[in-house]
Write a protein of this length. Structure first.
Length: 424
């Protein structure tokens, strides 16, 4: 998608309505940036006290900044990749050393052939069911959990068929990159200088009345806003759980489509150590299936290991009741893997629980069994005035990514402006 070519065409269309964007994550901020380029009157309403959505930055914990949310650039051939080139942002291909916890010991040789989950014409069953069909017993569960977790899901919920089908359209490239700074910095430099004065923070929208000539929005404080068009970029969990009341109610087909897109609990726990005792990334743990070397690609030297938990593992850890208890469970597992070195060198931890974030409530979308064309139905504009964006609404195979969220914002703006053009 070439935004400059699209903008050039859209600039020829007369559009005079004011637009409200709900959500100041990547999709909402980019939609605002595009509307600004087009000279359109717009406002961005954000529920939380900060902008960025699932992009956020932690400073002061290590001698380098840390991404609390999205942190990898998934391929360079994307809108975000173009920003990297424009800004001269420093990135490094992620070729972290990997180890696998399997059978009670660490090994560098992958015990699991992941290609069985990447084949064409797989049945619409979960990763867990497919593994059992292929003769993989419980001893492989930690590794399968790591694989599914990277795709945003528990292995018992991620569809083998639809996961392959959706990612078949992936075009941005297969290499992952890490930022020497953060993904948040890239977005902030590109978008915020333009849209900052249009953002209204602490404005959780609770009602959208599109029954009349104008759309009337109401926030949690009772304040009302009037718009001609609306771009909704909230996480899919917010739409699924009915935080926003629509008048009239959205069609059953769209509500059903929302429910067929998966998004599970997600926690990132950063653990700082006095010395580095781990080889790099370690996969397959029972408490946490993915321990990631956070320092890799950074200019600093603080040893930080990220425990990345998705789905059932995140839920089980949260059940322990406190950040301290969750961290202790992780340190205990690392001690088992590395002969007590984790507790010997542990200094501090920072917990980012996206599940309990009131306006996020999870990680990122994934392919549920039986989802069919749910993304297309969910992302389709409604009533000529409601447009939907966000990574879960990306129908080009780039869901689960920041650049996918950006693409969805561009798509929503393009459809909205083009509808204002008289029929030929």
């Amino acid at each position: 998608m070439n935004p400059e070519k699209i903008l050039k065409k859209l600039q020829k269309i007369s559009f005079s309505e004011n637009v409200i964007i709900i959500g100041a994550g990547a999709a909402g901020l980019y939609a605002g940036w595009l509307l600004d380029r087009l000279g359109v009157d717009y406002t961005i309403l954000e529920a939380s006290p900060v902008y960025g959505g699932r992009l956020a930055k932690l400073e002061g914990f290590a001698d380098y900044p840390i991404d609390l949310g999205a942190q990898w650039l998934h391929g360079k051939k994307s809108l975000a990749g173009d920003w990297v080139k424009e800004q001269g942002a420093e990135i490094k291909a992620d070729r972290s050393e990997e180890a696998y916890w399997f059978g009670g010991r660490l090994t560098k040789k992958p015990p699991l052939d992941t290609e069985i989950f990447e084949q064409e014409d797989l049945p619409d069953i979960s990763f867990q069911e497919l593994a059992r069909e292929r003769g993989l017993g419980p001893e492989f569960d930690g590794l399968i959990t790591a694989l599914a977790g990277d795709l945003g899901a528990s292995p018992g919920k991620l569809s083998a068929y639809y996961n392959v089908l959706e990612f078949d359209s992936w075009k941005s490239g297969s290499t992952d990159y890490k930022f020497s700074e953060t993904f948040f910095d890239l977005m902030e430099r590109q978008l915020i200088p333009v849209v900052r004065n249009h953002i209204r923070l602490n404005r959780p929208v609770t009602e959208i009345d599109y029954s009349g000539k104008n759309i009337i929005l109401t926030d949690a404080s009772g304040e009302r806003y009037k718009a001609g068009k609306l771009i909704i970029t909230v996480p899919i969990t917010i739409l699924q759980q009915g935080d926003i009341r629509f008048i009239p109610e959205l069609p059953r087909s769209k509500r059903l489509a929302f429910s067929k897109i998966g998004m599970e609990p997600a926690i990132k726990i950063f653990m700082k150590f006095r010395e580095r005792f781990y080889p790099g990334n370690t996969f397959g743990g029972e408490v946490c299936a993915a321990y990631i070397d956070e320092q890799y690609g950074k200019t600093g030297s603080t040893p930080v290991l990220l425990a990345y938990l998705i789905g059932e593992q995140a839920s089980k850890l949260m059940a322990l009741g406190s950040d301290e208890a969750m961290t202790e469970a992780l340190i205990g597992e690392l001690d088992l893997m590395f002969g007590g070195q984790a507790s010997a060198h542990f200094e501090d931890a920072h917990v980012q629980n996206w599940t309990t974030h009131p306006w996020i409530r999870g990680g990122y979308s994934y392919s549920l069994c039986g989802m069919a064309n749910a993304r297309s139905v969910a992302a389709k504009p409604h009533a000529g005035c409601l447009y939907f964006a966000g990574e879960a609404m990306n129908t080009r195979g780039h869901h689960q990514s920041v650049h996918g969220a950006l693409e969805s914002g561009l798509q929503a703006v393009k459809m909205m402006i083009r509808r204002a053009s008289p029929e030929p």
